[in-house]
Write a protein that binds this ligand. Structure first.
Ligand code: SF4
Length: 501
């Protein structure tokens, strides 16, 4: 195989800067798996799920798992006729027995398609055959809500928490050599979606055995969004009931906690930065004790993936500040108290104001608020309330606001809610920018891209063919629009708007 030197050189430089936490390097075994990420390296290596599955596969005696990512510069691979290869042994992806994708977001479907194409593996599972092509499977956060549109491209989807499922899959893979028979068997097992058999029916998602948890990093690298950070989950899931959220308490019976002792026992001495990752980390009853131990006793810097404004106390924020926090990030989610009540978010203005005061008291530089707009039943008054509140809070503390349009997800009470519409969202964003632009750093997610996300979040198996068409048309917004329209797959659920009080 010929790999162009400039491509190989870049991959080798990334590898040279990696530090392995688990003893997985240079392993040899009978079953060779590629763990593929449908976005570039710096995003994939920040995924705790990706890192965990890589570690667990490599802990299996008869499995070796290697990594590949969507290249930053896919055109270079094409022009240099270089096929996608793995980081570890630099072998072509197409020569492995199993290619396993970890997918986080709806729009990463294009990355998955491109990964397959660059690997010289037929994109559609119906065009693959056991003699020449690997078994293509997928898992990841997207499977908690809607993996149906990836159906045409994979043989199997592992639904929900995959820690146990990967063991089941490998056991059957060893026992049943015929692929069709294997798929039949897997389709009867808990947590497996086999698109060629299940079609548009999605079986329930899986819950991992507590003994296989917590999830934590296998490799530390400076070349990620979370540079040089060791990731670990002090909890999994959430006990709350926000009606827009896939990780709400109805998912796998809510929150599972790990003791501070267990969490600390996994943290390697040589790592300086620790990322505590989970849906509701600040709800952990011992979170302050964990931070005190990491920051005061082990002198670690820290990051936390989810802070609830109503959980912050002076000691909590003090530990964050001592652990290197410069920006305090909390989610408001709804633009007004009325909408937050409707979505069961239960965050009040007083909690957000208190967060700003604490951020100021502990000398942070910025308060960052996450907001959603376009929620069912939202009116101009709700947007006005958000603008007024943002101006008030920015007088306490330098404020940045990240605004995303709402997308209804499957497996939530707000599933099938309509998308507000690109024009209407754009008008709201313009109004917000005009009113806040001089006082608050406003970052917005494009209404057009959110419309695509909505089509895939609410889509079905056939929506995958629209995605393939969008890919072939160039993957920009017009391509997606034409693809969905020409295949008759545009979705906009026109259900009755809920009555808000
Ligand atoms: S939004 Fe946060 S608090 Fe609400 S259910 Fe989801 S994870 Fe829990």
């Amino acid at each position: 195989m010929a790999i162009a030197w400039e491509i190989l050189d870049k991959v080798r430089k990334l590898k040279q800067q990696e530090a392995f936490v688990s003893p997985t390097k240079d392993k040899k075994a009978n079953i060779n798996i590629v763990l593929a990420y449908p976005s570039p390296y710096h995003i994939g290596m920040s995924s705790l799920g990706y890192q965990t599955i890589y570690r667990l596969f490599n802990l299996m005696d008869d499995v070796v798992c290697e990594r590949t990512f969507l290249p930053e510069n896919t055109d270079l691979y094409r022009s240099k006729k270089t096929k996608l290869f793995t980081f570890e042994s630099e072998r072509e992806v197409q020569n492995f027995q199993i290619v396993a994708f970890s997918v986080s977001y709806e729009t990463e479907l294009l990355g998955m398609i491109e990964n397959l194409e660059l690997s010289n593996i037929p994109i559609l599972s119906s065009e693959r055959n056991q003699k020449y092509h690997p078994l293509v499977v997928a898992g990841g956060p997207i499977t908690f809500s809607n993996p149906l549109p990836m159906g045409p491209f994979v043989e199997v989807v592992l639904l929900g928490e995959a820690e146990d499922l990967i063991h089941t899959m490998i056991e059957f893979y060893k026992e049943i050599p015929d692929r069709e028979e294997l798929l039949k068997k897997l389709s009867t097992q808990y947590g497996f979606y086999v698109p060629s058999i299940h079609g548009n029916y999605l079986p329930p998602i899986a819950k991992a055995d507590h003994a296989l948890l917590p999830a934590y990093s296998a490799i530390i690298t400076p070349n990620t969004e979370l540079s040089n950070m060791f990731l670990i989950e002090p909890e999994r899931g959430c006990s709350r009931g926000c009606t827009f959220c896939v990780m709400r308490r109805s998912t796998n019976n809510g929150m599972r906690l790990f003791t501070p002792e267990l969490v600390l026992s996994k943290v390697p001495e040589f790592v300086k930065k620790i990322g505590l990752v989970g849906a509701a980390v600040s709800d952990h009853p011992k979170i302050v004790a964990i931070l005190e131990e990491l920051v005061l006793n082990h002198k670690k810097q820290i990051g936390i993936s989810s802070l609830r404004a109503d959980r912050l106390t002076p000691r909590f924020v003090e530990m964050l500040a001592l652990g290197g926090y410069k920006t305090l990030t909390v989610a408001s989610d709804g633009p007004s108290e009325r909408i937050r009540e409707f979505m069961e978010k239960k965050i009040k203005e007083k909690h957000l104001i208190r967060s700003a005061e604490l951020a100021k008291e502990y000398n942070m530089k910025t308060l960052k608020l996450y907001q959603m707009i376009g929620i069912p039943g939202e009116t101009d008054e709700d947007i006005d309330e958000m603008i007024d509140f943002s101006l008030r809070i920015s007088k306490i503390m330098k404020t940045a606001i990240g605004i995303s349009p709402f997308v209804a997800k499957k497996n939530t009470p707000l599933d099938k809610s309509p998308f507000e519409g690109i024009k209407s969202i754009d008008n709201k964003l313009k109004k917000i920018n005009k009113a806040l632009g001089r006082y608050v750093d406003v970052r917005t997610t494009s209404a057009k891209w959110t419309w695509i996300e909505y089509q895939l979040a609410q889509g079905d198996y056939e929506s995958g063919f629209s995605a393939l068409k969008a890919y072939r048309l160039g993957g920009n917004f017009s391509a997606w629009k034409e693809a969905f329209e020409s295949t008759g797959k545009v979705i906009n659920h026109l259900q009755k708007q809920p009555e808000l009080v």
